[in-house]
Design a protein. Structure first.
Length: 202
């Protein structure tokens, strides 16, 4: 039996969540961005090369935020080439699976264009930055655009969206929890967690 299309479930949930209830964030200078510390800590202990590649991609993501580069698949693919040390990082060409096959992310002729449409909403000034960052993170997770490294791409996207507003998270580790496409409460909780982490002093 084919698993339910979790991407369709996410697109429904995405419309249901009251993103306007996300917490306000305070500006945090780039020097207190917890992403490099996370790379130098648990990531480097597990795989030094993975840490180096993530740090290089993080630099690109923040530079693109300063340049106000449009957030789209092409931008993410540029970061992902650093993450994977790859010469090409095309959009996936078939259905993707996660969570031991329990979630299936379907592919149609318009999936990539739908993804870019969703990413463009990450600069919507009518929504709080915490909501935009959480939603963009989940967009990457559930569109699952790459054949590998989607969790890392989602984190980089979150960092980029916040950096455009001169906001950083002093801690990244708590974001590393499983998210489900059909869980509106979990999506809203991610925005809340971003608010909590934004206010932490480390």
């Amino acid at each position: 039996m084919t698993a339910t299309d979790s991407l369709s479930a996410w697109l429904r949930v995405r419309r249901e969540v009251d993103w306007h209830r996300a917490p306000a964030l305070k500006r945090v200078p780039a020097g207190r961005d917890g992403f490099p510390s996370w790379c130098e800590g648990p990531v480097r202990r597990r795989d030094p090369m993975r840490a180096e590649r993530l740090l290089a991609a993080h630099t690109l993501a923040r530079e693109d935020a300063v340049r106000r580069s449009p957030l789209n698949f092409a931008l993410l693919a540029r970061w992902q080439r650093e993450v994977l040390a790859a010469t090409e990082t095309p959009f996936r060409v078939g259905d993707a699976y996660a969570k031991a096959g329990r979630e299936r992310y379907g592919l149609t002729s318009h999936t990539q264009s739908d993804f870019d449409c969703c990413l463009r909403e990450a600069t919507d000034p009518d929504l709080p930055p915490a909501a935009r960052a959480a939603r963009a993170y989940l967009d990457v997770a559930f569109f699952h655009p790459f054949t590998d490294g989607n969790a890392r791409a989602a984190l980089l996207t979150l960092v980029h969206v916040l950096a455009r507003e001169d906001i950083a998270l002093p801690e990244i580790g708590p974001l590393q929890t499983t998210r489900y496409a059909d869980d509106p409460a979990g999506a809203a909780d991610l925005a809340t967690l971003i608010g909590v982490l934004n206010r932490r002093r480390l």
